[in-house]
Design a protein around this ligand. Structure first.
Ligand code: NAP
Ligand code: MG
Length: 507
């Protein structure tokens, strides 16, 4: 069977819109060894978009061996760092030249609005540019030593990395992972989310067109429970970088322990946003709307728990609800669309079950709370932007990650109390503070148990800013200079150059 499988060496990407996408192993487009394929969809329309080669364990094995071979015997990690940087910049340049097509494919496969996709593809490009620059300046240390001794730390790539990607930011999460890994000199095997495999495959092809040697980046679409699980336990994989749900993260951590892999886990969230009485109301309302409804709420750092000071509660809520009602849902390619579709029917049902649980628990839905039917998109998965109040801290909708366009709002009276309530969550990824009092902003920022604090800002991440969680939101940081160290080992080289031979035993 294996001999009859079509293979094609990738020299250029070619058309991005296709009816079928192959997997990528060792610089070649290949079909699955068992000849299997799966369908991928446009969730905005609930329509089949293309077929994708489906990897199994045998394909995952081939991908790991290709990556291993490229790492152990290939030239990539031995390139002068400036040459690796040049290739990363080439990747960015190709992405920029084909920006519109990349945005189109991302919108088609994820159902997100064109505006959201533009921002995310642009950031993906900037990630490669950022790491092209960062790696050039990334260096080890020379340490103070007793006379005669010399010690330096040599930074070496960690090896073969499995990179497991979620469906909410299909291209951006792939870029967050591939860019620092290959900048550091690692080889990678990418496992895209089954719901959104296309842009990761295309990014891998772009890497080859840009000059990344064969085997350095490989992409194996297939089931997380089969392909993901295989990679996580593989003895020749040195590191796993995962973004996704906390339960899957726990499972990966347990399974990776058998081979003591390095891990970066970027998991779920239930991020608080605190609007103080001295906040700029205009900024706080607009930022709170964006903070939850951007990317249809399918965001790990979505600010899904909103705390509003009692003195401004009524005024804030009036505007918050009225302006949320103005959000436009519909054709994701329409520039006026603010909020796209939900990724799948299953996810929509999960979201609605949380809203229903809040209602059953006695909460009030101020707006939204149900599925939407949109003309021309009747078979797609659409959910109204939803604001819920009259909640208590023990409610399921308040404690658990919903991962949809749903925010719960609570009133508070003082700073100490709200910090405690904001921290009353098992998660610790994002958080936001809205205040014009600089001293308060700093004081509260330092007390919040979360990896990211946004002060008067709706935005959580730019290339260069560390992104990652506390508590059950995982560990490790992506998107920043620190990330490079998570793809590298610090080797300590200790040498003696003294005049007298050392003879510690005195024999
Ligand atoms: P998930 O299970 O965590 O999936 C994320 C990625 O991990 C996918 O590529 C998935 O592959 C893979 N995977 C699944 N099981 C695996 C395993 N046992 N070993 C290795 N890899 C595995 O998330 P999901 O099921 O798509 O979504 C469930 C919930 O997770 C959402 O409702 C949301 O709350 C949360 N979520 C969070 C984020 C985030 O950014 N923090 C992102 C996505 C989802 P398949 O696609 O083939 O299953
Ligand atoms: Mg899952």
């Amino acid at each position: 069977m294996a001999d009859t499988i079509a293979k094609e060496t990738i020299t250029e990407v070619g058309a991005m819109k296709r009816s079928h996408y192959a997997m990528i192993i060792n610089g070649e487009r290949v079909e699955g060894s068992a000849g299997q394929v799966f369908d991928t969809y446009n969730p905005a329309k609930g329509e089949k978009l293309a077929t994708v080669a489906k990897a199994n364990e045998e394909d995952a094995e081939k991908a790991v061996q290709a990556a291993r071979n490229a790492f152990d015997y290939g030239k990539w990690r031995k390139y002068p760092v400036g040459k690796r940087a040049r290739v990363l910049n080439n990747i960015a340049a190709i992405m920029r030249a084909r920006f519109k097509e990349l945005v189109e494919i991302e919108v088609l496969n994820s159902g997100k609005s064109v505006g959201a996709a533009q921002v995310q593809i642009n950031q993906s490009i900037e990630d490669f540019e950022f790491y092209a620059g960062a790696i050039v300046g990334h260096r080890g240390d020379v340490n103070n030593m007793p006379y005669g001794f010399f010690n330096y730390t040599h930074k070496e790539p960690v090896g073969v990395c499995a990179q497991i990607i979620p469906w909410n930011y299909p291209m951006m999460m792939a870029a967050w992972k591939i860019a620092p890994a290959i900048a550091a000199g690692c080889s990678v095997v990418v496992k895209p989310a089954s719901l959104t495999p296309i842009t990761a495959i295309i990014l891998n092809e772009i890497c080859h067109e840009a000059g990344v040697p064969e085997g350095v980046v490989n992409t194996v679409p297939g089931s997380g429970e089969v392909v993901g699980d295989y990679l996580v336990q593989h003895k020749d994989v040195n590191k796993v970088a995962f973004t996704g749900s906390t339960p899957t993260g726990r499972d990966i951590m347990e399974k990776a322990s058998g081979t003591l892999k390095r891990l970066t886990l970027e998991l779920g969230g239930k991020s608080p946003s605190i609007v103080f009485e001295d906040a700029d109301l205009e900024a706080a309302v607009a930022g709170s709307i964006f903070g939850i409804f951007f990317n249809t709420g399918q965001s790990c750092e979505a600010r899904s728990r909103l705390f509003v000071h009692e003195a401004i509660y009524d005024e804030f809520m009036e505007q918050f609800v009225a302006r949320t009602k103005k959000l436009k849902l519909g054709d994701p390619f329409d520039k006026g669309t603010h909020v796209g579709s939900i990724i799948s029917r299953d996810q929509l049902e999960t979201i609605h079950s949380y809203v229903q649980s809040a209602i059953d628990d006695g909460a009030t839905v101020l707006t939204g709370g149900k599925e939407m039917k949109i003309e021309g998109f009747e078979n797609g998965h659409w959910y109204e932007p939803t604001i819920i109040t009259d909640v208590t801290p023990d409610m399921k909708a308040v404690r658990e990650e919903i991962f949809g366009p749903v925010v719960v709002v609570e009133k508070f009276t003082d700073e100490k109390e709200v910090v405690k309530r904001a921290n009353d969550t098992e998660y610790g990824l994002g958080s936001a503070i809205w205040t014009t009092n600089q001293a308060r902003a700093t004081r509260v920022a330092h007390q919040i148990q979360a990896g990211i604090v946004m002060v008067n800002s709706p935005f959580s991440a730019f290339p260069g800013t560390p992104f990652g969680g506390y508590k059950q939101s995982g560990f490790g940081r992506e998107l920043s200079v620190e990330t490079l160290d998570l793809y590298m080992e610090d080797k300590s080289v200790l040498a003696y150059y003294g005049n007298k031979p050392l003879n510690p035993f005195g024999v």
